[in-house]
Design a protein around this ligand. Structure first.
Ligand code: SAM
Length: 233
């Protein structure tokens, strides 16, 4: 039987597809709300429509506290929102407007008692057990570094970055203005899909996602960890 992974803050499923390829059955949980320019929220219909596995619209903290629900799973992944930690928010001076969910999220995952993986942006308040980028996975045009902290203190010697070719930025609603001004060809959603090797997401979904290649690799490490725990039991 395939091990079962709970994918918290799942978005449209970039992380999910990588774990599925690594050998997990995946269930996603997301609030699926979209912030409007006036600060109110509406349902984000693209998340349940595009997420490729079982999807539950819920608060990640509530499901982590539900012991009966958590008994369905063997491991947890969480992509807590990065806006409080991202370079773009720090550059724009908006980071303080966003709550750090990663720190209380880690505590809630720890309390749930299952092996876990947290993914976030460089500079987030976490230990980077694995530091991954598109250039390490045959996605040479993609400069998208992401950190992964694991409950088992994973360790690996990774290759360094290699971005000699022109790179693409997948963020916000397009490349930042200081890049856009120097770009003669518009960067389309199709360009983002090609760069991330993701063909099922909207532009908003892509801007928040990680390429499945990252979690296919992390998922293989998680499987090894689950197997070594089972052997030691
Ligand atoms: C970085 S995105 C996830 C990207 C996704 N892991 C992927 O690879 O495609 C973060 C997601 O967290 C969701 N979110 C924020 N707070 C949440 C909460 N308390 N419970 C569940 N989901 C939440 C947002 O709706 C958003 O879709």
């Amino acid at each position: 039987m395939r091990p079962r992974l709970l994918d918290l803050c799942c978005g449209q499923g970039g992380a999910a597809v990588g774990y599925h390829r690594a050998g997990f059955d995946v269930t996603g949980v997301d609030l699926a709300l979209k912030r409007q320019p006036d600060g109110t929220y509406v349902d984000d219909k693209a998340i349940p429509a595009r997420y490729p596995f079982e999807f539950i619209k819920a608060d990640a903290f509530e499901v982590l506290a539900d012991a009966e629900f958590m008994a369905r799973f063997d491991a947890i992944h969480a992509s807590w929102p990065c806006q409080a930690h991202s370079v773009a928010s720090k550059y724009k001076g908006t980071a303080g407007r966003h709550k750090d969910l990663l720190t209380p999220g880690r505590a809630a995952m720890q309390a749930a008692g299952l092996p876990w993986v947290i993914e976030n942006v460089p500079g987030a308040p976490m230990r980077a057990d694995y530091l991954l980028c598109g250039c390490m996975f045959g996605l040479p045009g993609l400069r998208r570094e992401r950190w992964f902290e694991t409950s088992w203190h994973g360790f690996d010697l990774n290759m360094s970055h290699d971005h000699r070719e022109p790179v693409i930025t997948v963020a916000g609603h397009g490349p930042p203005s200081w890049v856009r001004e120097g770009v003669s060809v518009p960067v389309t959603t199709a360009d983002w899909r090609r760069a991330m090797k993701i063909d099922w997401m909207t532009r908003d979904g892509l801007a928040q996602a990680i390429p499945p290649a990252y979690t296919e690799w992390v998922g293989a490490r998680l499987l090894e960890h689950l197997e070594s725990e089972a052997a030691a039991a």
